[in-house]
Design a protein around this ligand. Structure first.
Ligand code: FES
Ligand SMILES: [Fe+2]
Length: 465
């Protein structure tokens, strides 16, 4: 059990003092501090729900992928009854790694050290030379399985947590679920992952990426300016301000640090369809003319059957498109320009997996609707690689910032600086807004990133949990 005293760092600084709620600042020390990092592994990555994989990566019995929950490596596998399990990839005998690869199919996971064997659900099968009972007589076989995490599968996305008795996955999402359902649970066939996630390591603290992913919209005008200057987003240099993606919109925040940006249809229709007046377009017409990213026209009727009337209407007026899930997920379900001047959908999720205080592994899953036409799927993969992939035009801009912020925090003076969240809209939910959670309408400000830090510090200073 953690104690209050562990919320005080070795030099006497209280973790709580790294955030100033009055001036809305966060100490840059958080980007480079080994002690704080160890605390994050305990209080965040061993406690909250974490995105690990997608159903479509392990479709068959015995399929598995190896992923990380913080610094703990886990096996995500499917058993013969189609149930998904997440187990620590560590042998209970003497701590050897069990799965040496990254993915595969196996009905038996055998440790290469002394040969203990485990089922795809983590249960211990036995040790070699059965008559000698090499697993000993201290523990029953049922006590020698792999350590199992608690699993939730949502819209095909596989999440897990070590907090076995903690909040349910639905509690963790809270009112954000209503919005996220519009992205992940919208068709009969659901989403499918195209190949394994792209992976690369960035020399940066994971929070530089995660904080930006809590719907920082402010940077689009500057960090992504080249997208507009080169005509990839927007039409000409004069319209940069108007076309900067989603500066005006509705940001949704959450007490659990999740966030989403709802982008008004006026913005996307003007950017991609050249249409500025939508007054005479009803819900159905809008969705047929410019369906949500990734949805082919023939799947539009399915949207209605998977949503309530208010979700359906919001999808046509101001659908959620980008955002993040606490602690380390980025969501981008967007339209992106193509080389031929047209546009196409790109559906991607990133996770930022910490590798020490100074490095983060970036995983990028590319999705398509399972029932989309093959040509559209190919087009969307190309789109996602070109924009939000590891070498994508958008992602290179974003990930260019994180190492510099993290580098700055290594300096004795640099780390005395702060992140500032002085610009706030404040909750201002329009009277006719159909959804819950925190609603911030207007020119995007610091609200959702500040929400992210509030929850970060809530967990980092939590007592005995
Ligand atoms: S460490 Fe795995 S069988 Fe010995
Ligand atoms: Fe960005």
């Amino acid at each position: 059990m953690l104690t209050e005293s562990k919320s005080v760092l070795a030099d006497g600084t209280r973790v709580e003092d790294l955030i100033n709620r009055e001036t809305r600042e966060v100490s840059m020390r958080v980007l480079h501090d080994r002690e704080l990092y160890e605390l994050e592994l305990e209080r965040l990555f061993a406690k909250t729900w974490l995105l690990l994989a997608h159903d479509s990566e392990i479709p068959k019995s015995g399929d598995f992928v190896v992923r990380a929950m913080g610094e703990d490596q886990v096996i995500v596998s499917r058993d013969r009854t189609n149930e998904v399990h997440v187990m620590l990839n560590v042998c209970p005998h003497r701590g050897m790694r069990i799965c040496m690869g990254e993915a595969g199919n196996a009905q038996v996971h055998r440790c290469i050290y002394h040969g203990w064997a485990f089922k795809p659900n983590g249960d211990f099968i036995g040790a070699p030379i059965e008559r000698e009972q090499m697993h000993g007589d201290v523990f029953a076989k049922s006590e020698l399985g792999l350590r199992k995490a608690r699993v939730a599968v949502y819209g095909g996305l596989i999440f897990a947590t070590w907090n076995i008795e903690g909040p349910s996955f639905d509690d963790f999402l809270g009112e954000m679920k209503w919005y996220l359902d519009m992205l992940f649970c919208r068709t009969d066939g659901g989403l499918e992952c195209v190949g394994p996630p792209q992976r690369f390591i960035v020399p940066a603290n994971w929070k530089a990426a995660a904080e930006q992913s809590a719907s920082d919209g402010f940077h689009t005008l500057t960090a992504h300016r080249s997208l507009m200057e080169t005509g990839q987003f927007g039409n000409d240099e004069e319209s940069i301000y108007a076309n900067a993606p989603a500066m005006y919109g509705i940001d949704i925040g959450s007490p659990h640090g999740h966030s989403l940006r709802c982008i008004p249809a006026e913005t996307t229709f003007s950017m991609f369809m050249g249409m500025s007046d939508l007054k005479n377009l009803g819900t159905e017409e809008r969705l047929q003319l410019l369906p949500p990213p990734g949805i082919p026209k023939e799947l539009v009727p399915q949207l209605k059957t998977h949503m309530d009337a208010k979700q359906y209407e919001l999808l046509a007026k101001a659908p959620p498109q980008v955002g993040g899930m606490f602690p380390n997920v980025l969501i981008a379900f967007i339209y992106a320009p193509r080389e031929d001047g047209k546009y196409g959908g790109a559906l991607t999720l990133h996770t930022y997996v910490p590798k020490g205080p100074d490095h983060v592994e970036f995983l990028n899953w590319i999705f398509v609707e399972k029932d989309a036409p093959e040509q559209m799927k190919r087009d969307m993969v190309a789109n996602a690689v070109r924009t939000t992939g590891t070498s994508g035009t958008i992602e290179q801009d974003d990930s260019d910032m994180w190492p510099h912020q993290s580098r700055a925090a290594r300096g004795v003076i640099g780390r005395q600086g702060t992140f500032k969240y002085g610009a706030m809209l404040g909750q201002n939910k329009p009277a006719d807004w159909p959804g819950g959670a925190y609603v911030y309408e207007g020119f995007t400000k610091d609200d959702t990133q500040w929400d992210w830090w509030q929850y970060y510090f809530q967990l980092m200073t939590a007592n005995n949990k």
